[in-house]
Write a protein that binds this ligand. Structure first.
Ligand SMILES: Nc1nc2c(ncn2[C@@H]2O[C@H](COP(=O)(O)OP(=O)(O)OP(=O)(O)O)[C@@H](O)[C@H]2O)c(=O)[nH]1
Ligand SMILES: [Mg+2]
Ligand SMILES: [Zn+2]
Length: 293
């Protein structure tokens, strides 16, 4: 038996790197029975078959696990959003932040395609709002090279996952960081105003010594799965900070008396779009829960 890390998952095969080679492995059927899906980033024990194949026998306990996109044991997420083509979508940004916060992952917001922007001022207040919450915001153009070194500084010595809609420039960004990767990228469809889902699998790529980044397919939907409505407030850093001041412990921050969140929004201490997104996601989670019963 040997040990390695899953670096790629594709068509039912797991590509396991053991420090020397990458082997194409299948997972033992027992995982399916136990409801375990091996993820890219998983540390595994495998039985080798010849020099290029193997069978995964055991998936080691995960330090971190993210389901959207599916990956394990990363240190942080790079939330990649273009300012144009496609337009910056704060609803999706807040939605992906729910997933990363829930996984306990630090997030760095990367705003791409800033070369297409005539006036950056329009995005200034929005970027500042996320920075106040502790999310660094990096302005990037893979075309001019702006911000690439700043991204490099953020990923140095870490394992990161890039996530964002199709066509925002995730693969292009990784190519700018490391041209020898030669990842496929493609023009967005101008007719549909969105990307073409060029990247189709999750793959952990080596950028430098000790520095890895996982490229992932663009998401379109980001379902919350079986998450309790009560868990949502914890995934919004602004609400998490205000919550101790709410009068009732079980406050869901909708219209409760003595809630500290609503006044904060009215007085401009919390971003109004964040609160609107919170209420919308909350309604969705309540609805999901009803359907489960
Ligand atoms: N102007 C400009 N275009 C960019 C920039 N970054 C990427 N693009 C273009 O955006 C398009 C989509 O880029 P991709 O890297 O394929 O996007 P992706 O996020 O990997 O998309 P999926 O793999 O489908 O999820 C390509 O035509 C890129 O050339 C940028 O900084 N500026
Ligand atoms: Mg891609
Ligand atoms: Zn409240």
């Amino acid at each position: 038996m040997q040990e390695g890390v899953i670096v790629k998952a594709l068509s039912g095969f797991y590509y396991v790197e053991d420090g020397q080679t990458v082997r194409m492995c299948r997972a033992r059927g027992v995982f399916k029975k136990k409801g375990i899906t091996p993820l890219v980033g998983d540390h595994v024990t495998f039985s080798p078959i010849g020099s290029r194949e193997g069978i995964i026998e055991d998936v080691h306990a995960r330090r971190v696990e993210l389901m959207r996109p599916p990956i394990a044991n990363v240190d942080q997420a790079l939330l990649v959003f273009s300012v144009k083509e496609p337009e910056l979508n704060l609803w999706l940004l807040d939605r992906i932040l729910v997933h990363t916060e829930r996984a306990g992952l630090p997030g760095v917001i990367v705003l791409t395609k800033v070369d297409l922007l005539a006036d950056r001022e329009t995005f200034g207040p929005c970027a500042a709002a996320y920075e106040r919450l502790g999310y660094p915001v990096v302005w990037v153009s893979s075309r001019t090279g702006e911000g690439i070194e700043e991204v490099r500084a953020h990923i140095q010595g870490k394992i990161s996952v890039v996530t964002g809609q199709s066509g925002v420039g995730k693969s292009t960004l990784l190519n700018a960081l490391s041209p020898e990767l030669q990842l496929k990228s493609a023009e967005i469809s101008h007719k549909l105003g969105r990307g073409r889902h060029t990247t189709r699998h999750v793959e952990l790529l080596r950028i430098a010594n000790q520095t890895y980044v996982a490229d992932t397919p663009g998401f379109s939907q980001l379902e919350f799965g079986e998450m309790e409505p009560e868990e949502l407030a914890d995934c919004f850093r602004d609400i998490r900070q205000l919550r101790p001041q709410c009068q009732y412990r079980g406050c869901l921050h909708e219209a409760e008396e003595g809630c500290a969140v609503r006044p904060a929004v009215e007085e401009g201490r919390m971003a109004a779009w964040r609160y609107e997104n919170y209420l919308e996601f909350l309604a969705e989670l309540k609805d999901n829960k009803e359907r489960r019963f």
